[in-house]
Design a protein. Structure first.
Length: 400
């Protein structure tokens, strides 16, 4: 009776990841990118919600949340990230899968050529996809087609393509084996319930010493020697062992995934998993609260220091100021700047401070003058209010 295989499941997961990576830059919510760091607009779109560069604390929260979730995944699933989900593994597996399809049908020279062409095509797709995470895809296509007008973008595309090509042709698995620090880092995160790929101790005596598990391992290790940092948990050795043992009447797979090291151990939260779960939950709550409760308007006022105040014959003083208004909402709004009603008798605003139209997710600067009676109170503060739809939505206090 054939034993179930791990490889088809891993390929399905990897194909889904590739599809998600290729399609996410094109996905939108209410006309906004689902996920993109738009360089031109200096805005991070997270689940369709724009986060301006002046709201960087939300980006920091999102980054910390992703790190905590990734560490939690490591504590629970161990090296499954390396063998199933890591981009280095996914694209190397894709290149190898394409090569295997043609290896036995063509001559070695043609097979080698196909390997290089596959690596080049995959590298170009990766380069294009990476650019689409920062620039709208339609703009990327247009600029690459008119590369003479956008030399920097084209140079980035060529550089990323060359880097990916050399990685798939020359580096391959050696990066995972010798350079990637994640394997060493993961050993410090192992818990009593961490998922491992192990050579089962209770059936060790049934091993035929055929070496199939060693031959199929992309990292060139022997799983029978116990836990090794180089193991990426891909499961190829499981399928190789099952392919041999299923031909025996009393055969049984000798290698499998297991939580912990004891037979029958089920997943359980250890201290590390529990701590990271709490941390990820708190960061997720903080990020959600920050996204839903953030101010939809930015308002900052600064005196133009390069221009000296001018004293008028009537005793008033005129001083230039600059206001920056940010509309973080999803629709255009009209704003006005006014002085607090309690101070309107001592100061007035001169300039384009009314009916300021600002598009969605845009910033606008307004230069105006403050006319105030300096001799009345030299230390008096003035409150400037930002008004939209008849209500005050922001205010700053200045000292003219």
């Amino acid at each position: 009776m054939p034993f179930p295989r791990i490889t088809p499941k891993r390929h399905i997961v990897q194909l889904l990841l590739i599809a998600a990576a290729l399609l996410l830059p094109f996905m939108t919510i209410a006309g906004k990118p689902f996920l993109r760091m738009d360089i031109g607009l200096q805005t991070l779109y997270l689940a369709g919600g724009p986060i301006r560069i002046d709201q960087f604390y939300l980006v920091l929260l999102a980054t910390l949340f992703i790190i905590a979730a990734f560490l939690l995944l490591t504590v629970i699933l161990g090296r499954v990230w390396c063998g199933w989900l890591c981009p280095q593994t996914v694209f190397n597996d894709l290149a190898e899968l394409i090569g295997i399809r043609f290896e036995k049908r063509v001559t070695p020279q043609v097979s080698k050529l196909i390997e290089h062409l596959a690596a080049l095509v995959i590298s170009k797709l990766i380069a294009f996809n990476l650019l689409c995470w920062f620039i709208p895809p339609a703009q990327v296509v247009w600029r690459l087609m008119h590369f003479s007008g956008y030399p920097l973008l084209f140079a980035c595309f060529l550089g990323l393509t060359l880097f990916g090509y050399l990685n798939l042709i020359l580096v391959k698995r050696s990066f995972c084996r010798s350079y990637c620090p994640y394997g060493r880092f993961q050993t410090a995160l192992m818990d009593s319930g961490t998922l491992n790929l192990v050579f089962l101790q209770e059936t060790r005596d049934r091993c035929l010493q055929c070496g199939s598990c060693v031959q199929t391992c992309p990292m060139g290790i022997d799983i029978r020697d116990g836990f090794q940092i180089e193991c990426i948990g891909c499961g190829r050795c499981i399928d190789a062992c099952r392919a041999v043992m299923e031909r025996r009447p009393d055969g049984i797979g000798l290698i499998d995934y297991r939580f912990g090291e004891v037979k029958g151990t089920r997943f359980r939260f250890g201290s590390k998993a529990a701590s990271l779960s709490i941390l990820a939950l708190l960061l997720g709550i903080a990020l959600t609260w920050g996204l839903t409760g953030r101010n939809q308007t930015a308002f900052a006022v600064q005196r133009i220091a390069s221009v000296e105040p001018r004293r008028m014959p009537d005793g008033f003083q005129v001083q230039p100021w600059r206001a920056t208004i940010g509309n973080r909402s999803e629709s255009a709004n009209v704003y006005s700047i006014r002085i607090s009603s309690g101070e309107s008798g001592e100061a007035a605003l001169l300039g384009p401070v009314s009916d300021i139209l600002i598009s969605a997710n845009q910033h606008h600067e307004v230069t105006f003058m403050i006319r105030h009676k300096r001799s009345v109170n030299r230390n008096a503060d003035v409150q400037l209010q930002l008004v939209s739809s008849g209500r005050t939505i922001a205010a700053v206090t200045i000292k003219p």
